[in-house]
Design a protein around this ligand. Structure first.
Ligand code: JB3
Length: 255
């Protein structure tokens, strides 16, 4: 099958004699590969990526992917057709991924179902989709500050304006949302979501599936258990040892 080349690149390629490197790329069996000219003028392949989910969070992820200029966005999957998503077409249900993967060596996806709430839904989706061999790369906005000595697992998404400092560890599928701060030596377990504008101070640990709400502050050294929801604007000054919903300043458990 032929490679998919967006028209703007196809024009450039057909205008010149196809160089050997391009021919080699075109000869490869890939339905999802595309190319771009890098700043140094060399031709590079762009990685194909599918966006999972077509809501508000997905739109912001699209903007980040465009800034990265590293991915060719094939489209988004969703439970239903939400129409054009910031210029990205609807591909169908998630099972479309298996079909796309069958035609290419490598297919990337980004889990863009944010859903305000705990991360179990994202984890379930991931587990289902991984079985068809799709990769979930780390997607980090070029407008985030990620300092040295930070480690991030696959599928983590780091949004614009966030700051992540030395020694921080981000688990699989974590969301570090817009303008949030993850201070030095913080440990975010898998599927944690730090919402826009939240501050997680030095040495804090946040357990699996927990969410730190928009604008919340967690003071240094606090331990937050798995499945805790910290409400927007809350201030956490004591360890949260039980799953539950915590609101206010200082944060108290309400459910
Ligand atoms: O607060 C901020 C900055 N962002 C919020 C984000 C974290 O969460 C945002 O304001 C929203 O409140 C929420 O965004 P999200 O997750 O995009 O929510 P929503 O706009 O409701 O879109 C979720 C989309 O995921 C819907 O179109 C669902 O149909 C779709 N969805 C649900 N389950 C799914 C699945 N899509 C796929 N592909 N597969 C599923 O299983």
């Amino acid at each position: 099958m032929d490679s998919v080349i967006p028209s703007q690149y196809a024009v450039i390629l057909s205008a010149a004699k196809t160089p050997p490197v391009v021919r080699r790329l075109l000869d490869r069996k890939a339905t999802t590969e595309t190319f771009r000219f890098a700043q140094d003028g060399n031709l590079q392949t762009m990685d194909a990526i599918v966006i999972i989910g077509g809501g508000g969070h997905a739109k912001v992820v699209v903007c980040i992917l465009r800034k990265l200029s590293q991915y060719h966005i094939l489209g988004y999957t969703d439970l239903s057709d939400n129409g054009d998503l910031a210029g990205v077409p609807y591909l169908g249900l998630d099972r479309k991924l298996a079909e796309l993967k069958a035609g290419t060596e490598k297919l990337n996806a980004v889990l863009a179902v944010g859903q305000v709430g705990l991360g179990e839904r994202r984890c379930e989706l991931w587990t289902r989709l991984q079985s068809c061999g799709v990769s979930f790369p780390l997607i980090a906005s070029p407008d985030a500050i990620i300092n040295e000595g930070v480690s991030a697992a696959e599928g983590t998404v780091v949004m614009d304006g966030s700051v992540i400092n030395i020694g921080a560890t981000l688990g699989r599928g974590a969301i570090v949302n817009t303008n949030s701060t993850i201070e030095h030596d913080v440990e975010l377990a898998d599927w944690v979501h730090v919402a826009p504008g939240a501050t997680v101070s030095g040495g804090v640990t946040v357990g699996r599936f927990s969410m730190i709400g928009a604008g919340a502050t967690v003071i240094e050294g606090i331990k937050i258990a798995a499945r805790c929801m910290v409400g927007a604007g809350a201030t956490v000054v004591d360890d949260l040892t039980e799953p539950g919903v915590y609101v206010g300043s200082p944060a108290r458990r309400i459910r």
